[in-house]
Design a protein around this ligand. Structure first.
Ligand SMILES: [Zn+2]
Ligand SMILES: [Zn+2]
Length: 292
């Protein structure tokens, strides 16, 4: 199993950290988690165009996690996809996708008629709504959802991927410090976890207040907590993603996380990959073996 961080940013526009999205590959199977801004470009960068995906999993229906869903559907069709994009999301996803396709209906029908491509099914989507427990079973890869704490969003989930070679990868989705996630991720080979760097978020007159910052912080996991999560779950490797804010001092963050987590961890970057069975981390031309 190989995990690739496609987008490690947040709603903030940043040229190096795109919106939240991750890719899991195992054998011939490719699964996308979330559709943040720029995800289709990152999929191409990772060598897995969206047209090839076996499943798209949505953690929750916050805009930064699904804003590029329509772009994924239309670009997949242009990448010769011949079957509907399969989207797994929490309650509310079917209504969202139906509404999205309805919004674009006229444009889509004109495009289909004008471009005369034979495979119209590749320009559609099928939705499966999931709850806690099994989400999807693909060849050699099993995915379970764990309900996380992201109130006032009621339906927010993390995922645990289990591959038939015994490797396990866990994803936090968006959550505050969450016991259920720690339990679900216990002993995982890798945990991909969000990170809210609270020390950097300051009030700006007329733009954001301390009260607003505290409200956002209250449904995310703080940089001061994420090391504890990894330590309590006893994971083999921690990859941080979904940084708020997108710009920060990596050294300072690493020092904060290392106070609580003695294991190996990475400050995630877009297109950073981790090959789980060989414990190999890659980013661009750089290559690290983490050892056993
Ligand atoms: Zn969210
Ligand atoms: Zn988010």
């Amino acid at each position: 199993m190989k995990v690739t961080l496609l987008g490690t940013g947040c709603p903030q526009c940043h040229t190096k950290r795109y919106g939240p999205a991750s890719l899991v590959r195992h054998g011939e199977v490719s699964v996308l988690i979330d559709c943040g801004s720029g995800v289709t470009q990152r999929l191409v960068g990772a060598g897995c165009p969206g047209g090839r995906l076996d499943a798209v999993l949505l953690t929750h229906l916050h805009s930064d996690h699904l804003v590029d869903l329509y772009q994924l559907i239309v670009s997949g069709w242009h990448q010769n996809r011949t079957v509907p994009q399969r989207i797994y999301g929490p309650k509310g996803t079917r209504a969202y996708v139906e509404g999205l396709l309805a919004l674009w209906r006229e444009e889509r029908e004109l495009r289909m008629a004008h471009e005369r491509r034979p495979n119209l099914a590749g320009f559609t989507a099928e939705v499966v709504e999931y709850g806690e427990g099994p989400v999807v079973e693909l060849p050699g890869l099993f995915v379970d959802a764990v309900k996380v704490e992201h109130e006032p969003i009621k339906e927010a989930y993390g995922f645990v991927f289990r591959a038939d070679d015994g490797t396990v990868a866990a994803f936090s989705g968006d959550t505050r410090y969450c016991e259920a996630l720690i339990e679900a991720a216990r002993g995982a080979d890798v945990l991909v976890h969000e990170c809210f760097i609270h020390g950097l978020m300051k009030p700006v007159p007329g733009v954001r207040t301390q009260e607003g910052i505290d409200a956002v912080a209250s449904y995310h996991t703080l940089s001061a907590e994420v090391g504890k999560v990894a330590s309590e779950a006893g994971v083999g490797f921690l990859m941080l993603n979904h940084f708020v804010p997108a710009e920060f001092d990596r050294e300072a963050l690493a020092a904060e996380v290392a106070q609580d987590f003695a294991g190996p961890f990475a400050i995630g970057e877009d297109l950073m990959s981790y090959d789980v069975p060989t414990r190999t981390l890659t980013h661009g031309d750089a290559h690290w073996r983490l050892g056993s």
